[in-house]
Design a protein around this ligand. Structure first.
Ligand SMILES: *Cc1c(COP(=O)(O)O)cnc(C)c1O
Length: 329
């Protein structure tokens, strides 16, 4: 058996000790769900990347139940989560959207009161801290993505963080064929990653703190450059003591303004991305439900260009394009 690490602290939040690296973030979600052996309704965030929902659907016994978001933070609303609980609820799977942490304390309280496992989709949240420690310390498990589009990456990759030894042990088996040597325990798959991907990660990891520092500066520069325009930013709550500045989303006044802005930017060779749309409760293969705040966000959120090498001059150029469109209209 592995030595007990229950409650072990990740002392350097910028470089957490990952329990298990996986082939990608979606597999990190899938292995986590499988390790929890869920059967029933899973409360999840409709404002997330489609993989959060599809991983649930792939587990035949899981039914996603979409919980509306807080319109300020864009994360799962704990109040709505409480209202969505039923006798069939078997887990809570929220996303730390754009790296902004969920209300982890309220969600933990709900999970503990109702004895439900709490699995975070932390694909965006590498480097984010809550009250001075890694956001990955919250919940029973966090699934992370290291895809090339994420803040920290291994080209393709992911990881699962947990302080629960039993879950870690099961994930270890699920991830690598279900056996150790000649001893076979459960039916596993191959969700490991390769040394080559790890090498990519090792090249980037030491530079991560400086990456985040630069991004935080540029995030601030963006906010100042866009001041006075009819748009809104995602709220970063006070309990978030270190934000990783992984994306730069803005909320525009309406979907038609968003479309006008997106094509005006494109005409200047500036590519902004609608991330995420549609709201996942509106996917054609899930049971229809209403999540007005998530649907509204999915219509109005546009992620402006934001990358490691971005410089103030480029941000000013995007801002000036936005100013032309929004002040003209
Ligand atoms: C990228 C992403 C995933 C999937 O990660 P992959 O490594 O691409 O499989 C899951 N959830 C969210 C919120 C993501 O942004």
């Amino acid at each position: 058996m592995r030595p007990s690490r229950r409650g072990a602290a990740i002392s350097d939040p910028a470089a957490p000790t990952f329990d298990r690296a996986t082939r990608n973030g979606t597999l990190a979600l899938q292995l986590s769900l499988r390790a929890l052996d869920l059967d029933g309704e899973v409360l999840t965030s409709p404002f997330s990347y489609v993989a959060t929902t599809s991983a649930l659907i792939w587990e035949d016994k899981c039914t996603p139940v979409f919980v509306d978001i807080d319109p300020e933070t864009l994360n799962m609303s704990p109040r709505e989560a409480k209202a969505s609980l039923t006798e069939r609820t078997c887990a809570i799977v929220p996303t730390h959207v754009f790296g902004v942490p969920c209300d982890v304390e309220s969600l933990s309280e709900i999970a503990e009161t109702h004895d439900l496992p709490l699995l975070y989709d932390g694909a965006h949240a590498f480097g984010t801290e809550v009250h001075g420690t890694s956001v990955f310390q919250h919940g029973d498990l966090t699934a992370i993505s290291f895809h090339a589009t994420k803040l920290f990456h291994t080209v393709e990759g992911g990881a699962i963080v947990t302080n629960d030894d039993e879950l870690a042990d099961r994930i270890d088996l699920l991830r690598a064929f279900g056996h150790r040597g000649n001893d076979h325990f459960i039916s596993g798959i191959n969700a490991k990653n390769s040394e080559l991907h790890a090498a990519m990660g090792l090249c980037l990891l030491p530079r991560l703190p400086s990456f985040i520092e630069h991004r935080r500066d540029m995030y601030q520069h963006y906010k100042e450059a866009l001041e006075g325009l009819p748009l809104r930013f995602q709220t970063i709550p006070d309990y978030c003591t270190h934000y990783n500045a992984s994306y730069f989303p803005v909320l525009l006044p309406s979907e038609s303004v968003l479309e006008t802005v997106q094509s005006a930017l494109k005409a200047r060779d500036i590519y902004a991305r609608r991330y995420f749309t549609p709201s996942l409760n509106q996917l054609p293969y899930v049971d229809a439900s209403r999540c007005p705040h998530a649907e509204d966000a999915a219509r109005r959120v546009l992620c402006l260009p934001f990358f490691q090498e971005i410089r103030p001059r480029q941000i000013d150029c995007v801002a000036s394009a936005l100013r032309d469109v929004l002040e003209d209209g």
